[in-house]
Structure formats: structure tokens, C-alpha cells
Write a protein that binds this ligand. Structure first.
Ligand SMILES: *Cc1c(COP(=O)(O)O)cnc(C)c1O
Length: 217
């Protein structure tokens, strides 16, 4: 199925509150252009060295989202143009984003990544740290970052009950009375689990393979 047909099929499934981040990592620019021509404007990438040339060559009204693990020393390369960073997993990274955004006279939207999966290698804050970080005034005092919500990745597994529990954990943190006003977006759900994420309250799904290399007919 073509990229345009794949996007159309996917968008028909998403409730209006859910934004689609088309994850174009490892895709050639021609594939991104094809999705753009079909109306897609939000694209997600996970490597600084890949996103910079794509930003330079592709239409300027694309909202580029950074979704992968971001090294502190790479922030300056993406700070001039990045719209949203989903994967803020340390205070040090948030500080660097604030500094680099200020140098570019702009504000960058960020989501705090919450560690919800059982797999050790998935990064992020632990659920009980999030309240502290969201409410900490130093954190909120950063003038050039806007914390818009939380992001999480479930364990990569066929065990749907486990995935549901992990998404529910994140949704419960986001729905906590004292945090709710601070959490506008909940970024969860990928090609293999976006339906479960939407049921759990996701507002942003990050979908790559289902758009760009789906082999179903
Ligand atoms: C690659 C990636 C995705 C998209 O994964 P698909 O399975 O291709 O949909 C989503 N989120 C993050 C953080 C990723 O690195």
C-alpha cells in the first residue's frame, strides 16, 4: 500500500484528540515528501545527524519532533528548528535545551519521558519522580522550554495485558489531580501498540513502520 493510502487508513482510525507523529527515521527524504504531499505535517526522528539535513532539504512548515534518546551534546544542532522533544529523560538535558533555545530566541516544547516498561534499557524518569520534576520551580522557571506533557514506551511484547498496565500507569500519573493542569499531551503508542495507547488516553501516537514500510495489502 502507498504511503498516502497508509496515512489515510491510519488517520481514519484516530480520534480527533490524537495527533499523528509520522516517524520517518531511516526513511529517505522522498518518502517524507510523499507523506507531506498527502497532508502530513508532523514528523518524528530519533537521530540528530539524520534530522538536520532532512530539515534543511524539506518544506519549512514541517513540525519536526525528536523522539529518540537525545544526547546533551547534540541539542545545539536541533535547537534552531525542532518543534517538540518527546524524550527528555534528565534535568541536565532539559537545562541544555533551555540554554540552546534561548540562544536561538525561541521556545521548545518538551515532554518528560517516564520509565514505564519493564525493560531496563528504556530510559526516562521513574513514575514517582515525575511529580517532583513537574512541580519543581527551577524546572518550570526555564523560560525557553515549555513542558507540555509526558511520553512513555511500553515493553515490546505480545502480552497485551502488560502493555495496557504500563500505559495505564502513565495515564494515571498524567491524570493525577495536581499534575493534570501541567500535562496537556500524553505521547504513547507506536505501530504495534497504538490502539491500546489510544484506549488508555494517548493524545500523540508515534507511528513509523505502519506508514513507511507496511507490507499488508
Ligand atoms: C522508532 C520509534 C517509534 C516508531 O516505531 P514504529 O514501530 O516504527 O511505529 C516510536 N517511538 C520511538 C521513541 C521510536 O524510536
Amino acid at each position: 500500500m502507498s504511503i498516502a493510502a497508509q496515512l489515510e487508513r491510519l488517520k481514519a482510525e484516530l480520534p480527533p484528540r490524537v495527533k499523528l507523529v509520522a516517524v520517518s527515521k531511516y526513511c529517505p527524504e522522498s518518502a517524507i515528501q510523499e507523506a507531506y504531499d498527502a497532508g502530513q505535517r508532523i514528523f518524528g526522528e530519533s537521530r540528530a545527524q539524520e534530522i538536520v539535513p532532512k530539515y534543511e532539504h524539506l518544506p519549512k512548515d514541517i513540525a519536526w519532533h525528536f523522539i529518540g534518546h537525545l544526547q546533551v551534546n547534540k541539542v545545539r544542532y536541533i535547537a534552531p528548528f525542532i518543534d517538540t522533544i518527546h524524550s527528555v529523560d534528565s534535568l541536565k538535558l532539559l537545562q541544555e535545551i533551555n540554554v540552546c533555545a534561548a540562544k536561538n530566541n525561541r521556545s521548545i516544547k518538551v515532554l518528560l519521558e517516564v520509565h514505564i516498561a519493564q525493560e531496563e534499557q528504556k530510559s526516562g524518569f521513574y513514575p514517582d519522580e515525575i511529580g517532583y520534576f513537574l512541580k519543581n520551580t527551577d524546572f518550570i522557571g526555564f523560560k525557553n522550554v515549555e513542558i507540555i506533557g509526558l511520553m512513555g514506551m511500553a515493553t515490546y511484547t505480545a502480552d497485551e495485558a502488560l502493555i495496557r498496565r504500563e500505559f495505564a500507569t502513565l495515564a494515571a500519573i498524567a491524570g493525577d489531580k495536581s499534575l493534570k493542569p501541567l500535562v496537556r499531551e500524553l505521547s504513547m503508542g507506536m505501530s504495534n501498540d497504538y490502539k491500546l495507547a489510544i484506549e488508555a488516553g494517548s493524545t500523540m501516537v508515534r507511528i513509523g513502520s505502519k506508514i513507511f514500510n507496511d507490507t499488508d495489502v
